[in-house]
Design a protein. Structure first.
Length: 137
């Protein structure tokens, strides 16, 4: 795997919340685009509610992941390691959304934690490696 693999994962992770948005909007009553947030707030369909929650969680997870990939790259972490962790993160985030929509709470939490572990690993690897790449003195 190459570093570009990780960057493609960043792009896919940036788009992933919109997958759950489509699911949320197609699972409820006829969607009202004039006031989409109010429409989503009024939904009583559990699948639509869970898909909206998956959407919000995917938006929340994205910034830390994107920053972790960039910091790891800047710190000189091995490209194969960055790419592997990015792919694993993405797999777990897709599973997280699927488990959220299908109301499988324990698997959802496990996939959330696994994806977070990838982000934390990237950040720790960057922190451990940066002094070797950018010495201060």
């Amino acid at each position: 795997m190459t570093l570009s693999t990780a960057y493609w994962c960043v792009l896919i992770a940036a788009l992933l919340p919109y997958v759950w948005t489509v699911v949320a909007k197609s699972s409820g009553k006829r969607f009202d685009n004039r006031n989409p947030r109010e429409w989503l707030a009024r939904q009583d369909n559990p699948r639509s509610i869970r898909a909206n929650a998956a959407q919000l969680n995917a938006f929340e997870a994205f910034p830390a992941f994107a920053v972790a990939v960039v910091l790891a790259q800047l710190a000189g972490v091995a490209h194969d390691r960055i790419a592997l962790l990015a792919v694993v993160f993405l797999v777990f985030r897709v599973l997280h959304g699927l488990f959220y929509v299908s109301n499988r709470d324990k698997l959802r939490s496990l996939s959330w934690f696994a994806a977070l572990s990838c982000v934390l690993t990237l950040l720790v690897q960057a922190a451990l490696n940066v002094d070797r790449v950018l010495p201060l003195g």
